[in-house]
Design a protein around this ligand. Sequence first.
Ligand SMILES: [Zn+2]
Length: 628
Amino acid sequence: MDYAGEPVSRCWCGNSQPETYSPEYLRCPACETLVIARAPDPSWLISIKDESGFYGRSYYEKYLIEEFGFPSLPERARTDLPERCLYWLRTLLRYRLPPGKALEIGSAHGGFVALLRWVGYDATGLEVSPWLVEFAQRTFEVPMLLGPIEQQALEPESFDVIALMDVIEHMPDPAGAMRRCAELLRPGGVVLIQTPCFPEGKTHAQLVEENAPFLKMMVAPNHLFLFSRKSISRLLGEAGLRYVQFEPNLFPYDMYLLAGRDPLAIHPWEQVVQRLEASPGARLVRALFDLDDRYEDLKRRYLEAEADRAARLEVIQRQGAQLGELDAARSRLEQEVQAREVRLAALAASQDTLSQVLARTELALRESQKAQNELHQRIGELSQQLKDLETARRQLEERLAETQSQLAAAHAERESLRQALARTEQTLHEAQQARQQQQERLHELSDRLEASDAARRQLEERLAETQSQLAALQAERGRFGERLAETQSQLTAAQAERESLRQALARTEQALHEAQQARQQQEERLRELADRLEATEAARRQLEERLQAQRANLLSAEAERLEARELARSVETELSRVGAVVQRLRYSYVYRILRTAGLWGWLAEVVEDFQRCNKTDSSPKIRQASGR
Ligand SMILES: [Zn+2]
């Protein structure tokens, strides 16, 4: 927002050398407070005569709504009660029990002041806008002061409780204001503060990087000082409020604390609850606490159910992923089994091929043996023929020798014939008559010689023929010898081939044996895989059963969550009913008379109204929630 402002050169703590922190804020290294860099004029901020100041009517009806999206003041007067005032009161009651005097500085619509009054404090509000003071008086019928606390004529040590909720960061002089509060506090009294918490030690760049919720609190000119835990403790200590107790903050960018001049004591909640029986208004607030407890419990259970649901969803998703992995592993195993079956089939096929080769080899071996046997038989036959031929040759030789002896006899006979011829010729010469006879005899002998010569030539031809037959037989015997050697070498080759076939057969048998062993191993592996597959199936079935059980749990958690939401709705209905009761009360004629007469018995009316309202309500959940 654009505003006129003077450069600031001094922190609340007196340090005159604050450092630049962000475009709109300085940081005091002495006390760790963020100080606005350009300070607006206090008279511009606050005007108690009219609504011209920054914190006038338009601050609530325009600025907060337009700049920050806050609800309207009447709406906040309704919603702040359960959303923040009840939380503040719960803490306060544990430190300081009613009755007592209470003051809320910067009380806005006055809801918290009203709540303090209902539990038994004599509480007053304080605002700097006349319009807002009138709004609070009209809305919650609470007493209000107008103007800064420093300007109020109040008795020292007259208050048991002073509350500054989201106020101290707006004050031009927080140290002076806290000194004033310390003066106004009775012994044992407490100051209740809620204010933004500067996370000290962090640079502006770090906050921007973290997108820290606190960045929303660095708003000029609204927030003049933004304290850290350290600096607010120092501020309170220097004002005389030495005892400081931080409580859990309601909003993430805030801090929430109590401070006192004396040590702070905490009352047990049972004692607080007992004190809330003291008046009808206190009972009403106790009922609000009960409802709030119930609401917080439901909220907690709802968050637990949500967290549980998320955890279960995660488990389901994780198990789904595991299931997917198992499925993938199973399909991998199936593929492996199929691949092995294919290999097995290939092995069986190769075994078949080997068997066929073996059968063919055996057949070839048998044929080879048969051929060998035939060869043996043929060799025997040939040997027999050879023997026969030799016998025949010996017979021929014998006959040849016989013929030669006959031929020799014939020669000898021819010689004797020649001698006889010579004797005959001599006789012829001696005898003429006898010569004719002798000539005839000679012719006869000549014929016989001629026949003998022819027989001799025939014998010579026959001898030559026999000799050529013998040579042919010898040549044939040589050929038989060669053929025998050839047959023997063929036999040796056949034996060598048979040996190699035998070795091949032995190798084939070895390979067959190994293939059978491998097939047995594969069958065992197959059986093992089948067992593992069965185990995986069983595990998957268990997972599915667990999944179904968890789905059932999830459904019941969802049903519980719906029931919780229904209950929360009924609580909200009840809260709005209480608001309506208060509204009716405010406009009741009797109350206006009692108020004019200064009689404060109106709270009895509230209770009656509240009880009547509850009796007519038929919802068993509301009766249960309000403790009946
Ligand atoms: Zn400082």
